[in-house]
Structure formats: structure tokens, C-alpha cells
Design a binder for this molecule. Structure first.
Ligand SMILES: [Zn+2]
Length: 80
């Protein structure tokens, strides 16, 4: 799994709608990729603020911040 794949799955992951096998890959990526981990942590914090009994959708500003963070990460040359 790459950062882009993770980003696409974030909503499903948050809603706990991903398959167990996908979830495993997701978390494996998180274990190896610090920027994604930071993103997920901040999203989780946000969800706890927003989430009540209603279905959760990422607010636009969170989504934008997420894209910015990951794009910075992606635009860096790969090292090691
Ligand atoms: Zn990543």
C-alpha cells in the first residue's frame, strides 16, 4: 500500500468499513510511514470531537489539510 491508497481508504477506514485484510495493510503502512500516522492521529482526534450518533464525514478543511500534508510528503524525493 502507498500513501495515495491510504488516502483513498481513509474514509472507509474511519467508518470501519474496510475488510480485515485491507485494514491490516492499512495499519502496516501506518507503522512504516510516519507522515501518514500523524495524519491519521490528527483525524482520529478530530473525529472524537465531531462524532456523535451521526454518520461522520470528513470536514472539508480536515480533508484539505490531509491532502496538503500528504502532498508535501509525496513531493519529497524518495530516500532510502
Ligand atoms: Zn504513507
Amino acid at each position: 500500500m502507498e500513501c495515495k491508497d491510504l488516502l483513498e481508504l481513509i474514509n472507509q477506514y474511519i467508518d470501519e468499513e474496510v475488510d480485515a485484510s485491507v485494514c491490516e495493510k492499512f495499519e502496516k503502512h501506518l507503522a512504516e510511514c510516519k507522515p501518514c500516522r500523524v495524519v491519521i492521529d490528527s483525524i482520529r482526534g478530530t473525529i472524537q470531537l465531531y462524532r456523535g450518533d451521526q454518520p461522520y464525514e470528513l470536514p472539508d478543511d480536515v480533508r484539505n489539510r490531509l491532502h496538503e500534508t500528504l502532498q508535501k510528503h509525496w513531493s519529497r524525493p524518495q530516500e532510502g
